[in-house]
Design a protein around this ligand. Structure first.
Ligand code: TXA
Ligand code: MG
Length: 366
């Protein structure tokens, strides 16, 4: 299959391209598109065959459900079951939508019979999101209103934040890629499950636990989000897989800035003596202090949004440079930092060295 690339520049240029893209999705094809979080791999959310095609293109297990993307609030009515409406879950969703949609928030709701089991990986719930991105919203409209889309990476790789990442992973396997440049956020949406009481945060993202709590009050957090030792299975099926993984073996080092720099330099030296190529993920404040084969800065620590935006891109760059061992600094787990650490920990298979004994003590008591 020849994968085409469109580069619309809305609102002046590209509406006819998005109409064509919508027709491809309506006909059962696959189109990768930009959102404010990461690129998505879109198919018709109400067509079971489209869901199967998405799983095949990603190499993703079909028990891992897809998010349905919508472009108007009214579309959610068709996706939620009658019981869900009677239980007041839709009212909760409306509250959140008023505060955060369109935007990087996905809500899990009881599904109506309209949603195929193939799309939800066999679950009786459906994840719904309205993205904050002109191209995405227009594409959804042109596709009939319901676009099922996981992140447009091959399963296990970091999510794409540029169209070229999608091309690397999907070339020849999908019909079309819509290039919208670098995404704004760089980490996948926050996921909240509204079917539990109180609601449960399943995946941290740009919309923080603190912001959600302001709107809904008490919210549970899935214990597996930051804890690799948790015996429970994550409630978002996708969170159990080793995601976002670079090819090199990644370890996170946590401690004071000086401890971290010293430790990483010592470890890097040892590995390089054994002939291994070492990469370091630092920040603007520290990059000049590292000695390794490849040192990259995620950005300035004071601007955590910038750090989030660059994380996946940098993990992919290490792959291109055939780095076999990677060390990364750690980040605080409040606000967007919770999402940054969640993704880093998953990329590292939860390998973390903590130097600050006091902090370790506090962490385990939290
Ligand atoms: O920002 C995002 O959410 C991006 C863009 C493209 O919108 N999409 C995305 O999709 O990250 P994906 O498929 O890579 O991640 C969706 C996550 C998976 O972990 C999946 O298991 C979980 O959402 N999920 C989907 N439906 C669910 C459901 N009904 N119940 C619980 N978890 C669900
Ligand atoms: Mg994904």
């Amino acid at each position: 299959m020849n994968t085409r690339i469109f580069t619309p520049q809305l609102p002046e240029h590209g509406m006819e391209q998005l109409k064509e893209a919508g027709d491809i999705i309506k006909a059962g094809g696959l189109v990768a598109f930009p959102t404010e979080t990461v690129y998505g791999l879109g198919g018709d959310g109400l067509n079971p065959q489209s869901a199967q095609k998405i799983y095949a293109a990603k190499g993703r297990p079909s028990d891992n459900p897809l998010i349905i993307h919508i472009c108007t609030w009214d579309s959610i009515e068709d996706l939620v079951s009658r019981e869900g409406k009677e239980q007041g879950i839709l009212q909760l969703a409306k509250k959140l939508a008023n505060a955060f949609w369109p935007g990087p928030l996905t809500m899990v709701l009881p599904k109506s019979p309209l949603v195929p089991m193939e799309t939800t990986g066999g679950l009786s719930t459906v994840a719904v999101r309205m993205p904050r991105h002109d191209i995405a919203l227009e594409l959804i409209k042109q596709s009939g209103g319901y676009v099922a889309a996981p992140s447009a990476n091959t399963s296990g790789k970091p999510s794409p934040t540029l169209a070229k990442h999608v091309l690397e992973d999907m070339n020849g396997n999908i019909d079309l890629i819509i290039d919208g440049g670098l995404v704004g956020i760089g980490l996948e949406s926050t996921i909240i499950d509204l079917t539990s009481t109180p609601p449960t945060l399943l995946r941290p993202g740009f919309i923080t636990l603190e912001e959600l709590t302001e709107v809904l009050g008490n919210i549970n957090t899935d214990p597996t989000i930051l804890n690799g030792d948790s015996l429970e299975a994550p409630k978002a099926p996708g969170m159990k897989y080793r995601h976002y993984a670079p090819k090199g073996e990644l370890t996170i080092i946590e401690g004071s800035a000086k401890q971290v720099v010293d430790k990483i330099n010592t470890l890097a030296k040892k590995q390089r003596q054994q002939g291994l190529k070492v990469g370091v993920i630092g920040t603007q404040e520290t990059v000049a202090k590292y000695e390794a084969d490849c040192v990259k800065s995620l950005g300035c620590r004071k601007d955590e949004n910038d750090i989030a935006r660059h994380l996946y891109c940098i993990l992919r760059e290490f792959d291109e440079e055939n780095i076999s061992v990677i060390y990364s600094e750690a980040f605080q787990t409040i606000g967007i930092g919770q999402a940054i650490m969640n993704r880093l920990l998953k990329a590292a298979g939860h390998k973390i060295l903590k130097f600050d004994e006091e902090k370790k003590e506090n962490d385990s008591n939290r």
